[in-house]
Design a protein around this ligand. Structure first.
Ligand SMILES: Nc1nc2c(ncn2[C@@H]2O[C@H](COP(=O)(O)OP(=O)(O)OP(=O)(O)O)[C@@H](O)[C@H]2O)c(=O)[nH]1
Ligand SMILES: [Mg+2]
Ligand SMILES: [Zn+2]
Length: 198
């Protein structure tokens, strides 16, 4: 999920988290992960695609949106609730909070009422962002991008380099260590792709 946020940001897309299957008993356990997302400033809505989806309807109103998420999370079910005529095929994995097998195999654009468009896509696990440049990855972090260009070294990887503005902010408690760790992981992946021999 954290990589989807970076992908959306670096492409100039607004990100919102829809936490589906709120009717299931295990849902409360997701609380901390939802809170981490909300703390970054992203809208988070808890919903049951089998119940009232008006919060999602409001979120996508007047927008062009893409639903992304692991297989079995209920993307197609949500589309059907938003657009009753859609008839998107839904999987038969009963209401489990873990990922199921792939039901949607193609990407389809649906028109909703009120000038909204929404794309249903096949479920996917987290994906790589190694095709992005270091600068684009940095721009994908709403909380860290203000530090871009403020480190002592222009090619700073925000690890142990002296004079790193990101690390200094982490030391001051201004940014979350897990976000800095994610930034470093993504930068390392991107670097490995650029230098496959090393
Ligand atoms: N209990 C419960 N079950 C749900 C909810 N939303 C979807 N489901 C069930 O979850 C299963 C998977 O739903 P899909 O809509 O096919 O999931 P998907 O995300 O489109 O899956 P892929 O197409 O494989 O990516 C189905 O059995 C749905 O009936 C919900 O809010 N609550
Ligand atoms: Mg689907
Ligand atoms: Zn740095």
């Amino acid at each position: 999920m954290q990589r989807w946020i970076v992908a959306a940001e670096s492409n100039g897309c607004a990100f919102a988290l829809i936490a589906n299957k709120s009717d299931l008993p295990g849902f409360a356990k997701l609380g901390r992960r939802l809170e981490a997302c909300r703390a970054l400033g992203y809208p988070v809505v808890a919903v049951s695609a089998k119940g009232d989806v008006s919060t999602v309807r409001a979120l996508v109103a007047g927008q062009r949106s893409v639903l992304i998420g692991q297989s079995g999370m209920g993307k197609s079910t949500l589309i059907n609730a938003l657009a009753p005529g859609a008839q998107a095929r839904v999987g038969d994995v009963s209401g489990a909070l873990r990922a199921g097998r792939h039901t949607t195999s193609e990407t389809t654009l649906y028109a909703l009422d009120g000038e909204a468009w929404i794309v249903d896509s096949p479920g996917m696990k987290e994906f790589g962002l190694a095709h992005l440049s270091a600068a684009a990855i940095m721009q994908g972090f709403v909380d860290l991008r203000t530090f871009a260009g403020r480190c002592r070294f222009r090619d700073c990887r925000h690890g142990t380099e002296p004079g790193c503005a990101v690390q200094e902010a982490a030391t001051r408690g201004e940014v979350k260590p897990w976000r800095v760790a994610l930034l470093q992981t993504l930068l390392a992946e991107s670097e490995r792709r650029a230098q496959p021999w090393s």
